[in-house]
Design a protein around this ligand. Sequence first.
Ligand SMILES: [Zn+2]
Length: 259
Amino acid sequence: MQTREVVEDRLKSFSTKNSEREALIRKRFAESGCKAANLSEQALDRKLPPNVICVLPGETQQVILVGAHTDKVDNVGDGVVDNWTGAVLLTALLDSLGGQLRHHTLIFVGFSGEEKGLVGSQYYVDHLTNAQRAHIEGMVNFDSLGLGPTEVWASHADKALLDALAFVAAASKLPVTAMNVPEGATADSESFVRYGIPRITLHSVTEKSWPILHSPSDKLAAIKMNDYYDSYKLIAAYLAYLDDALKPAWAAKPGKAAQ
Ligand SMILES: [Zn+2]
């Protein structure tokens, strides 16, 4: 588990330029131990920065996809809340989860062009093979954390992923509440729905804090660091739990190795 100081320092390391943000995340993945062979960029078919992808190989090819968009909306605010909070958290989660061999292969993706209409996530999922998509057990997305305690977009979440989150929150005594996002708003998790991939988006936005997004108030000062750190702890525990809970039943049976 990373310390609060490290998580806070990373949050402060943002750039306000979309042309620099992906490269910062890529560098941070490398510093967090993502080997060169597992770290890649995916160029898009539009003039946008690439998606950045770090694969943490597990015991199997079954995948938990962990995503957040790296871009900010053009010309307004610093885009710290939306969505440097999510993007840079990917790197701290790699630190938390990379210390031991996991059952699932964890794929961390910083999506480009979310604010242009989910461009990077749509491109990513469209360019997977059917077999690759079939291996994804769940897509866990972070968008705009740190404005307050962790929230979950419950109306657009897979039931099993939602139940697992509630279980982990109760067990770890960290808060999470259901807060749906307003009509018309969306997130990268929705790019995966068309392919039947279970998905969930965690955020921190309430009706009251909603106007901060895409406004000059989207700055570091808007972040409640205690809440952001709680979100990090909850999400790290959640991903570790999902890695176990989403195992197929046969993988948990003793004697598997002998078969
Ligand atoms: Zn966003």
